[in-house]
Every structure is written in structure tokens, then in C-alpha cells.
Design a protein around this ligand. Structure first.
Ligand code: TXA
Ligand code: MG
Length: 320
């Protein structure tokens, strides 16, 4: 029996399986099996008010799990699926209230990862899966990260490091004006090119309140180490880790020989490359039990929206 076949059996018998997607690893259960879905909330320590994303093999199957399929859904699915875009639509009855945290809508997506797609195809039923981390922690982008978060007992399909590295764009199509609830690798501009104007949910909300997307709660994706954000260059300091934005010239440390520096991780100065490595960088620095982590913010321009959103959730902005 292959690992994927074994995972299918586990899902069929109401168990949990962690699996790779192109964004982050997911912690999956049969989306139509309520006791199985409850196990996800328990394993993550996730509040029951935060709905799960439902993963399917293709758009045709997605339609079975919602009661409306507007032209915008058809066009977006044709353009971006499989891929990092979640569509929020009125839910079908087969999706229980546990999955959607009592909402009348369900978030659906088709992941762009061969292991996820084979699992979904062989299982044949929708898989509810949030990111495979403890609630409020940084999402896992490798199988090893999942193990660190949720332990050795969990069945994990290893599909290597995730190519996108941050969670999918969540687009609410159940509202009058389609609205981005969570920015991601599929940008507002790309969506607007297909369906016209979309809104952006701008506010930050406390987790656990009746927000339209509870994942938008502040500090939802944070390291344990206190994390501070800098517009511009972060200073050097002993015992403090830095996530730097790669650039050609860095201001040299005035006292390099005399001052101990904390570890530094330099990330690529492009949104796709940066997103891919961001969570691994935060995890690496978090592991080192430093006094603090400093993150340099990329520019406040549209192509960086999703990355800036995740950095904002990881830490506290410093004005200087
Ligand atoms: O890339 C991803 O989306 C990953 C992979 C595993 O697919 N999943 C993920 O799931 O990030 P999770 O549970 O960590 O985040 C799901 C987000 C939350 O912010 C949640 O509030 C929102 O999607 N969401 C899910 N269903 C929703 C609904 N019916 N209405 C509004 N927001 C919803
Ligand atoms: Mg998550």
C-alpha cells in the first residue's frame, strides 16, 4: 500500500492526515464526517468559531458542496484552480456546521500539489483542512514543521517544501461585492482582471469574534519570540535575530568587530521568493530562543500586500 492509499484509508475511517499543498501543509479530515472534523479543532487547539477550508479535486466537485455557483466562481476557478485561491460560497447540506463554524457559507479550494490532488482523487470526498499548526502559530511549510507542531503520532504525507509558502487568498463570493478576506499569492489585481472590482477586507479583528474571516484576527501567525517590524533597515543587536529583505547594499554595521550580533536570515527581494521562505525563517529564528526577532518590511506596494499582511500578524510594528 502506498502512503497515499494508507492516508485515504485513515480519512475513510474518520482519522486525521496532514498533507502538502502548494501554500502550506494542511491537517485534513473527511469534510462530511462531523466527529472527524471535531478532531481537527482538538488537535490544533482551534476555537470552534474559526471555519475550515474545504479541499476538492476540481471545480466540478466543488459545485457539489455549494448551493450557488455564480459566473465569477466559474471564471475564477477556470483561471486559478488548481491554485492558491479559496472561494467562499453558500454551503451545501453535506458540509456540517462544525466545518463552517456555523456559517451558511463554505470556503472551497483546489490545491496545486500532486500529492494533495492524488489524495483528493483517491478519497473522492471533500477534505476539510486548516493549516497543520497549533492555533495561532506560524503555518508549516515542510513535513518537519508539521511534526514539530503536532507531534510524531500524526500521519503526515511528505511532499517537500511548499512552493508558495503563505496561505491561499480567501475571496468571499457570497457578498454583493466580492471581497478579499485574506490576501495571498493570487492578487487583487489578478482577480479584478477576471471579474472586475473586488473589495478588500481591511480591518483587523480580534480572533473569536463574529468577523467575516476569523483568520484575520491580529497575531494569528506568530512566533513565540517577541517579534518587531521595521519599515526600513532593522538595527543590529546582540541576542536579536533579523529577517532582512535582500538588497544590494546594506548599511554596514558601524562596529562589526566589537559587537555580538544575533543571527540573520536574508530573504529574496521579490514577493514570490520572499513568501516561500518567510515562515521557515521565522521558525528558524524562533527555535533559537532569542530575546527578540526583527523583521524588515518590504515596500507598501500591491505585489507585497499578502506578505506584509502575514508579517503584520506575526509581530508589532516599531515606528522609528
Ligand atoms: O492555503 C490555505 O488556505 C491553507 C491550505 C492548507 O489549504 N489552509 C488554511 O486554512 O490556511 P486555515 O484554516 O488556516 O485558514 C482558513 C481561513 C481562515 O481565515 C478562515 O476564517 C477562512 O479561511 N474561512 C474559511 N471558511 C470561511 C467562510 N465560510 N467564511 C469566511 N472565511 C472563511
Ligand atoms: Mg491557519
Amino acid at each position: 500500500m502506498t502512503a497515499i492509499e494508507h492516508a485515504v484509508e485513515s480519512l475513510r475511517s474518520g482519522g486525521l492526515v496532514a498533507f502538502p499543498t502548494e501554500t502550506v501543509y494542511g491537517l485534513g479530515a473527511d469534510a462530511t464526517n462531523t466527529p472527524a472534523v471535531r478532531k481537527i479543532f482538538k488537535a490544533k487547539g482551534r476555537p470552534a468559531t474559526n471555519p475550515l477550508i474545504v479541499h476538492v479535486m476540481n471545480a466540478e466537485i466543488a459545485r457539489r458542496y455549494c448551493t450557488a455557483w455564480p459566473a465569477a466562481a466559474e471564471k475564477l476557478a477556470a483561471t486559478f484552480w488548481p491554485g492558491p485561491l479559496t472561494l467562499v460560497l453558500p454551503k451545501a447540506q453535506s458540509i456540517g456546521d462544525e466545518v463552517t463554524a456555523g456559517r451558511k457559507t463554505v470556503g472551497l479550494r483546489v490545491p496545486r500539489h500532486p500529492v494533495a490532488l492524488e489524495l483528493l482523487e483517491k478519497f473522492g470526498v471533500a477534505v476539510a483542512a486548516p493549516s497543520a499548526n497549533r492555533s495561532n502559530h506560524v503555518s508549516p511549510t515542510t513535513a518537519e514543521h508539521v511534526r514539530e507542531e503536532l507531534g510524531k503520532e500524526l500521519e503526515i504525507l511528505d511532499g517537500g517544501p511548499c512552493a508558495v509558502g503563505i496561505e491561499s487568498t480567501v475571496l468571499d463570493l457570497s457578498a454583493e461585492l466580492p471581497t478579499i478576506l485574506r490576501p495571498g499569492n493570487v492578487t487583487r489585481e489578478q482577480i479584478e482582471a477576471i471579474i472586475g472590482a473586488v473589495g478588500m477586507f481591511g480591518g483587523s479583528v480580534e480572533s473569536g469574534t463574529a468577523a467575516s474571516s476569523p483568520g484575520l484576527g491580529e497575531r494569528h501567525y506568530s512566533p513565540v519570540t517577541p517579534t518587531f517590524l521595521f519599515e526600513g533597515e532593522a538595527p543590529y543587536a546582540a541576542g536579536v535575530g533579523v529577517v532582512r529583505l535582500g538588497k544590494k547594499t546594506l548599511t554596514p554595521d558601524p562596529l562589526p568587530e566589537y559587537r555580538a550580533r544575533g543571527p540573520e536570515v536574508v530573504l529574496p527581494n521579490d514577493p514570490v521568493g520572499y513568501a516561500r521562505l518567510l515562515y521557515a525563517a521565522l521558525r528558524e529564528l524562533d527555535r533559537q530562543k532569542l530575546q527578540a526577532i526583527q523583521v524588515e518590511m518590504p515596500p507598501d506596494s500591491p505585489e507585497w500586500t499578502a506578505v506584509r499582511d502575514r508579517i503584520h500578524r506575526a509581530g508589532v510594528a516599531i515606528s522609528h
